[in-house]
Each structure stands twice: as structure tokens, then as C-alpha cells.
Design a protein around this ligand. Sequence first.
Ligand SMILES: [Zn+2]
Length: 70
Amino acid sequence: MKTNVQGERIVRCPQCGGESVFAPSNKWRPFCSERCRQIDLGAWASESFRVPATPPQDPDEFGPNGEPLH
Ligand SMILES: [Zn+2]
């Protein structure tokens, strides 16, 4: 495990691949900075908007009395 001079754990920033301090002193952990964290959150948000909402129920999955067929 890699640590810095303070003995804090160093991890790889998921966004930029740089070194990030994984300790309470880094409030953006596991990211190295606020910028990387916000880029990642933005990517996540835009990704979720592209996923179409799933229909609440597929009528073919249920019998005449509403019982599941599978
Ligand atoms: Zn980063």
C-alpha cells in the first residue's frame, strides 16, 4: 500500500488517474480534487439521463388474473 509522508493512503484518482490522498484530509476522496469529483458526478448524471425509464409492468408477463407467468 502506498502512503504519503503523513502516512496517509495514496490511491489512484478514478477520474484523472493521478495520485489522490485517501484520508479525511482529502474531502474529495477517492478523487484527487474537487474538479475531478465534479467531472465524475457530471458523467454519472448525464449517463442516468440517457437510460430510458423502464415501464412499470409488462402486460405479457402477467396472466388474466394478474398473476406472474414466470
Ligand atoms: Zn484527479
